[in-house]
Design a protein around this ligand. Structure first.
Ligand code: 1GP
Length: 244
């Protein structure tokens, strides 16, 4: 069974918690410690990524982390240069909410060849940036406009098109450290209109935020910045419990 098949089966039972590790935002020790904490707290997945991740030390960091944990380590890349060996799987994303060809198809063109050569399992993922207040790093780096927060039907329409184009996952992103998480209506309409596995992330800072997004239809909740600010295993366990 592929990792995607296993996750899709698990998702039918309950929502999953992904802990995002940004190798650039955290010191080497923090990267490892937060990864271990996620495993011990009962998180389901580790995502690794960031807008500016350099790849030089990444395979070593992933290998170190793998020695301690038994949950999938999934690359969540900001670009083709981040596709390096060692990951169990990756989100093969296209930034469908934007109109910048570099992140719609060009990075994929370069990255796809590396993914094939390395044999990494890839989940076809429609990545959408939803406005969450002040500009986020992904908005700035990708040079794309986010979907307005009060236009959930636009998100739904992008999700429908993505599903028809063969995507199986959609990532509704408010942006790392966003002022507020993705508004619920975007998740609700996407859930009603598609069978995509819905990942929601960005600005989720409380178990209640997470739970509300699961109730709206999200299948995977991503949390990252909060653990950089407050690496508290008890709080992480509360997140795990809240989304069951
Ligand atoms: C960012 O969605 C992820 O790409 C997680 O966001 O860091 O705000 O938790 P936070």
């Amino acid at each position: 069974m592929s990792i995607e098949e296993k996750l899709s089966a698990k998702i039918k039972e309950r929502a999953l918690l992904a802990v995002l590790l940004d190798p650039d935002a955290s010191e080497s020790d923090a990267f490892l410690e937060t990864g271990k904490m996620a495993f011990e707290a009962g998180a389901d997945l580790i995502f690794v990524g960031g807008s500016l991740v350099g790849n030089a030390g990444l395979p070593k960091k992933i290998a170190e982390l793998k020695a301690f944990i038994k949950i999938p380590i999934v690359l969540f890349p900001g670009g083709a240069s981040q596709v390096v060996p060692g990951f169990d799987a990756m989100l093969f994303t296209s930034l469908v909410s934007g109109r910048n060809p570099q992140y719609l198809i060009e990075e994929q063109l370069r990255g796809g060849l590396i993914v094939k050569a390395l044999g990494i399992e890839a989940f076809p993922t429609a990545y959408m940036l939803i406005n969450s207040g002040p500009a986020t790093a992904v908005e700035y780096i990708s040079n794309t406009k986010p979907i307005p927060a009060d236009k959930p039907k636009l998100t739904m329409a992008h999700a429908i098109a993505s599903e028809l184009m063969g995507m199986r996952w959609v990532y509704l992103e408010a942006g790392s450290g966003a002022e507020s998480p993705v508004p619920l209506e975007h998740i609700i309409l996407t859930r009603k209109a598609t069978k995509l596995n819905i990942i929601a992330g960005g600005g989720i800072t409380t178990p209640q935020d997470a739970k509300a997004r699961v109730k709206a239809g999200a299948n995977v909740i991503v949390t990252g910045t909060i653990w950089e600010k407050n690496p508290n295993i008890n709080l992480m366990k509360e997140f795990v419990d809240a989304i069951q």
